[in-house]
Design a protein around this ligand. Structure first.
Ligand SMILES: Nc1ncnc2c1ncn2[C@@H]1O[C@H](COP(=O)(O)OP(=O)(O)OP(=O)(O)O)[C@@H](O)[C@H]1O
Length: 236
């Protein structure tokens, strides 16, 4: 059995007087593809942002690969985000002025990898995501599905330990969304990456190894909810 790579222990987070997470607990196993489901406003994105070290919880602990993320300095957290994590969001994550190839090279250039090595790695991952021939295009010249595949390529180019994806197919039609998900998951699995995925889409969640449900800021294992409360599954 694989070890835990990421965990939230009794995490709370509020925005002003709005509680977003209340005593949220979650353990993610190395190499696992985990889907986070739940109704709108239930705390899914807040949980993902806390797990990824983007938001600092008010209380509780986030542990990544043995490191307590929430008590770490901002500088060390940003190094972990840069070197160990990849991110795919719903919209607007590519730099519009840069061609596709340069967008995908960026995470490696930020780590001071040489341009030649970064170009070779970006070319390989773009090929894997069926994007050969589009290297010189700007993001504005891509379809929505192509742009999301470029975003996936950029998230995976530095072979992250964990890929965080927040509604990665939310802006796409079902065919394009399926294509992006298939390529994201196949490539992440080839790289032995762990994937933490927020989605509203039950078909997307069905591609995961495990689903959890966030409701009112608390996390429940989907299997437990399914057994105990049939027909009471928020947006499912
Ligand atoms: N930056 C913020 N400022 C104020 N309130 C926020 C902020 N971010 C989230 N919230 C509030 O925290 C709660 C949880 O929001 P969150 O975005 O985590 O939910 P979600 O489950 O991801 O929702 P959705 O599915 O609609 O994206 C909501 O009540 C939301 O209004």
């Amino acid at each position: 059995m694989s070890a835990a790579i990421l965990a939230a222990h009794a995490v709370t987070k509020s925005f002003g007087s709005t509680p977003a997470l209340r005593d949220a607990n979650l353990t993610v196993t190395a190499g696992e593809v985990l889907a986070i489901m739940g109704p709108s406003g239930s705390g899914k994105s807040t949980l993902l942002h806390c797990l990824a070290g983007i938001l600092r919880p008010d209380s509780g602990q986030i542990v990544f690969d043995g490191h307590p993320l929430n008590t770490m300095s901002e500088n060390n957290r940003s190094l972990i985000r840069r070197d160990r994590f990849g991110f795919v969001f719903q919209f607007g994550q590519l730099v519009p002025e840069l061609p596709v190839l340069e967008n995908v090279m960026l995470p490696l250039l930020l780590r001071h990898t040489s341009r030649r090595v970064a170009r070779d790695a970006a070319t390989a991952v773009l090929d894997r995501l069926d994007l050969h021939g589009l290297h010189r295009r700007r993001p504005g010249e891509l379809s929505g599905g192509q742009a999301q595949r470029v975003a996936v390529a950029r998230a995976l180019v530095n072979r992250p330990t964990v890929v965080f994806a927040d509604e990665p197919t939310g802006s796409l039609d079902s065919l394009a969304g399926e294509n992006v998900m298939d390529l994201l998951l196949a490539t992440a699995r080839e790289q032995n990456a762990t994937v933490v995925l927020v989605t509203h889409d039950a078909r997307v969640a069905a591609c995961a190894d495990r689903e959890v449900l966030v409701r009112d800021g608390e996390v429940t294992d989907y299997a437990t909810v399914e057994t105990n409360k049939p027909g009471d599954l928020g947006t499912r």
